[in-house]
Design a binder for this molecule. Structure first.
Ligand code: CU
Ligand code: ZN
Length: 179
C-alpha cells in the first residue's frame, strides 16, 4: 500500500512538472517582447519607452513619451542600436531594409522604420501604437527584424514627404531596441 501511494504521488508530481515545462515552452514560442528605453538627447529632458510584443506573426508597439514640448514629434526606427552620441546621430539613418522612399506608414512608399508622429499634449506626454506583420522580434528575416535597431524621437514633426527622413529636426530621444 505504501509503495502504491509513493508511485501515485511520484506520477502526479511528474505530470505537474511536465505540464509546467510544456506550458513555459508554448509561452516562449508564442510571445516575444522587446523594449527601447528612451534616453534624452540634444539637451532635451525627454523620457519614455517603446514596448514591442510579437504574437501570431504580428508585432504590437506601444510608445509613451514624457517631458517633451507640446505638438507633433516624429518617431522612427533608425538603423543602428547605438544611442551613445549626445545628438543621437550614432543611431544612423532610417531603417529601410526594402530600399523604399521615406513616407507615411501604410502609404505607397515608406521605410519600415517610419512609425509616424507622436502627438504630445500640454502636459508634455503622449503615446502612439502600431500593429504590423512587417516587423518581427529576433527572427531570421533581416527585412523584418527590429532587434538591434534604435527608436528615435525628433524635435519636430515628420512631414512624410521630405527625403530622406521627413525633415523632423534634431534627435531629442533615443532608445536601443533589445530584449
Ligand atoms: Cu528619425
Ligand atoms: Zn523614413
Amino acid at each position: 500500500m505504501k509503495t502504491y501511494s509513493s508511485i501515485v504521488i511520484g506520477l502526479t508530481l511528474g505530470l505537474f512538472y511536465f505540464l509546467a515545462v510544456h506550458d513555459q515552452q508554448v509561452l516562449e514560442n508564442k510571445t516575444q517582447t522587446a523594449v527601447a528605453v528612451i534616453q534624452a538627447k540634444s539637451g532635451s529632458k525627454v523620457s519614455g519607452k517603446a514596448v514591442f510584443k510579437e504574437q501570431n506573426g504580428k508585432v504590437v508597439m506601444k510608445a509613451s513619451i514624457s517631458n517633451a514640448s507640446p505638438g507633433d514629434h516624429a518617431i522612427h526606427i533608425h538603423l543602428v542600436g547605438d544611442c551613445s552620441a549626445a545628438d543621437g546621430k550614432s543611431a544612423g539613418g532610417h531603417w529601410n531594409p526594402t530600399g523604399e522612399a521615406h513616407g507615411q506608414w501604410g502609404s505607397a512608399s515608406y521605410h519600415r522604420g517610419d512609425i509616424g508622429n507622436i502627438s504630445i499634449g500640454k502636459d508634455g506626454s503622449g503615446s502612439i501604437s502600431r500593429s504590423t506583420d512587417l516587423w518581427c522580434i529576433g527572427c531570421e528575416d533581416e527585412t523584418k527584424n527590429i532587434l538591434g535597431k534604435a527608436v528615435i524621437i525628433h524635435a519636430g514633426p515628420d512631414d512624410f514627404s521630405s527625403q530622406p527622413a521627413g525633415a523632423a529636426g534634431p534627435r531629442i530621444g533615443c532608445g536601443e531596441i533589445s530584449n
